[in-house]
Design a protein around this ligand. Structure first.
Ligand SMILES: *[C@@H]1O[C@H](CO)[C@@H](O)[C@H](O)[C@H]1NC(C)=O
Ligand SMILES: *[C@@H]1O[C@H](CO)[C@@H](O)[C@H](O)[C@H]1NC(C)=O
Ligand SMILES: *[C@@H]1O[C@H](CO)[C@@H](O)[C@H](O)[C@H]1NC(C)=O
Ligand SMILES: *[C@@H]1O[C@H](CO)[C@@H](O)[C@H](O)[C@H]1NC(C)=O
Ligand SMILES: *[C@@H]1O[C@H](CO)[C@@H](O)[C@H](O)[C@H]1NC(C)=O
Length: 572
């Protein structure tokens, strides 16, 4: 309400002041920031079509959360008793009052072209701009372009009538810009080529063979169950090319049985040039999760007003058969998103967890991050969904000797830290407390929130990869976008062995991962203990965030997968 009162001081926004009197702002804390690279093209014509996504209030979110805990905790009697999509719908579908109220409201505005999802908690409607601006008082639709991309967003906050306050969480497609996550290609300058003595281990960049060797995958460690499946998701008009995957496997896929084709592309796969990121995800997911059926979710959004990430969540709620493992290299700063939006996305992850689906997110490539808070001081800047307690977040490492398959140390870019939104979940309390109590040096308390969900959970190599994109092998590719599919494929392999034994998939992984150490297992994940990641370049922290330490740490989590030990630990 404070925000609305402020806007009312501006005379040209009098229509919003009117709305403020009768309306309600679902996302008062959603900032509107035009990211670098986007140009403003003015207001869109009243007759243009938009696609708006209504997130309807769900029922039983508390019981859903409790259920996820029971089905994901190896010690619980209900471990692995996952729900079908229909059962998730029966639990969370909005009440008939909510459905009726929202339908009546849309109908009163002449909006009829709507599509729902199986769980009934989202509605996506095609709406004429003029109607949308009446439906959502305060909103005003403008076009923004970035190269060939064009999107429609409202720089002004929207309101909803007060009768909807119990029935709608938020409306998607107004403020959030597509997140950017760039994989980087960076060159080494250290020149440690004298390490050649261990010639067998010498390599000129990370390839599937290097990854498989480091994580102790034998040539027999490939998928064999027809039930196995895995997926990666792309949101940024990033396309993979089947021909690149063929070429990649031709160049680098020697020695282990693997597939060279993606089985299913869900969503819109455009004709453009292949993206480095899209190529990276699929090429490495299929190198650790070798011989496993692979899907690509490709979602640039067909309408200029769609939010590609939200589109992916809708797909998850509308498909009864989904791959068991999803890896996503995407993230926003927590402080660029409204609280209701993040909480709702978190609930969507719980819905997936209830179904036995494992979701892995990249932890980000900016270390602890940095932002300036009012008063000019700095704090770290957590990333979402990396900070969601219902996903497994993957950080990054590098080899200690850049050209040897050697010990792993922190990759200084590895995203990590503490959420300012989500409290610390029970499964990690002991591990994080141990870190906070034993770390020789912590950043000043004002820089991070020690009560928040801490991430990442695990890590893998994120440095110096080879990727084939647009038929060309590219070296030096780096980022947690690389480590995430590597871990995803390994989890898909563990699922494969579980299926062969008639066991259910792993589902939401974190309770099982954090429990390994409690059970005395410290070889399933290789503990990375050296190096620090980056943060604010100021006199107080001098560019340093957190540092890796024995056991869990907010830089590399528990460490990197050691397949022969991880597999039996997760088969039990
Ligand atoms: C969900 O799936 C149904 C059935 O396939 C389809 O009719 C509907 O349009 C889908 N919803 C969305 C939002 O795409
Ligand atoms: C690859 O997976 C299929 C099942 O999807 C299986 O029948 C086949 O034996 C596997 N190949 C190898 C080499 O394990
Ligand atoms: C710290 O995190 C908690 C959630 O764990 C949150 O409620 C609180 O607002 C956060 N504090 C700040 C200053 O962001
Ligand atoms: C594998 O898939 C088949 C066919 O869909 C199904 O009957 C079987 O129960 C599945 N096995 C496991 C372990 O999920
Ligand atoms: C793979 O096995 C070797 C030999 O046991 C071990 O030194 C190495 O740490 C293992 N890799 C990982 C990631 O744990």
């Amino acid at each position: 309400m404070g925000l609305l009162a402020f806007w009312c001081l501006l005379p040209m926004l009098s229509s919003l002041c009117l709305a403020a009197a009768t309306g309600w702002a679902p996302e008062p804390d959603q900032p509107f920031r035009v990211p670098d690279g986007w140009g403003h093209m003015g207001r869109v014509a009243a007759s243009e079509m938009l696609s708006l996504t209504f997130a309807l209030r769900q029922q039983n979110v508390g019981p859903l959360e409790e259920l996820v805990q029971r089905v994901s905790s190896p010690d619980a009697s209900e471990y692995g008793r996952f729900l079908s999509l229909a059962e998730v719908q029966a639990l969370v579908a909005p009440s008939s009052l909510t459905l009726g109220t929202v339908r009546k409201w849309l109908k009163a505005h002449g909006i009829r072209d709507c599509r729902g999802v199986s769980t009934m908690d989202f509605l996506q409607c095609l709406v004429v701009v003029e109607t949308a601006e009446r439906l959502l008082p305060g909103a005003q639709f403008h076009r923004y372009v970035n190269g060939k991309r064009s999107i429609v967003r409202s720089p002004l906050p929207y309101t909803l009538s007060k009768e909807l306050a119990d029935h709608v969480d938020f409306v998607g497609g107004l403020h959030r810009f597509p997140a950017k996550r760039k994989v980087v290609s960076r060159a080494w300058t250290t020149g440690k080529l004298q390490q050649r003595s261990a010639l067998a281990s010498f390599h000129l960049g990370v390839t599937p063979a290097v990854i498989r060797k480091r994580y102790n995958l034998t040539d027999g460690d490939v998928g064999a169950s027809p039930n196995s499946s895995q997926a990666c998701a792309q949101f940024l008009e990033q396309y993979f090319h089947q021909a690149d995957l063929n070429e990649f496997m031709h160049l680098f896929g020697g020695g282990f049985p693997h597939r060279s084709r993606v089985d299913q592309v869900v969503g819109h796969q455009g004709q453009g040039r292949a993206g480095l990121e899209a190529s990276l995800d699929v090429e490495y997911l299929m190198s650790t999760g070798a011989n496993i059926s692979t899907w690509v979710f490709s979602n640039a959004g067909r309408h200029e007003s769609q939010e590609p990430f939200l589109e992916w969540l809708l797909l998850l709620s509308n498909m009864s058969a989904l791959p068991w493992v999803h890896t996503v290299s995407y993230g926003d700063d927590e402080d660029s998103l409204s609280r209701v939006y993040m909480e709702r996305v978190n609930t969507e992850f719980m819905k997936a967890a209830a179904r036995g689906i494992s979701i892995l997110f990249a932890s980000g490539d900016s270390g602890a991050g940095c932002r300036t808070v009012p008063g000019g001081k700095h704090t770290f800047q957590p990333s979402f969904p990396a900070s969601s307690p219902y996903v497994t977040t993957v950080g990054g490492t590098s080899f200690q000797h850049p050209f040897l398959v050697s010990e792993e140390v922190t990759d200084y870019i590895s995203g990590g830290g503490f959420s300012n939104v989500f409290p610390m979940p029970d499964y990690q309390v002991a591990a994080v407390k141990h870190f906070l109590n034993t770390a020789p040096k912590l950043p000043p308390p004002a820089y991070f929130n020690r009560t928040g969900r801490a991430y990442p959970d695990v890590a893998a190599l994120s440095d110096n990869y080879w990727v084939v994109t647009n038929r060309i092998p590219i070296p030096w590719v780096s980022g947690t976008s690389a480590s995430t599919p590597v871990v995803g494929g390994i989890i898909a392999l563990v699922n494969d062995r579980r299926f062969q034994r008639g066991l259910p998939p792993l589902g939401f992984l974190n309770p099982a991962l954090y429990r390994l150490h409690e059970k005395g297992n410290n070889t399933a994940l290789y503990d990375v203990t050296q190096g620090c990641h980056l943060s604010c370049l100021d006199a107080t922290v001098e560019g340093q965030g957190f540092c890796a330490a024995p056991s869990w740490d907010p830089v590399t989590g528990w460490g990197t997968p050691n397949f022969p030990e991880l597999l039996p630990a997760l088969l039990g």
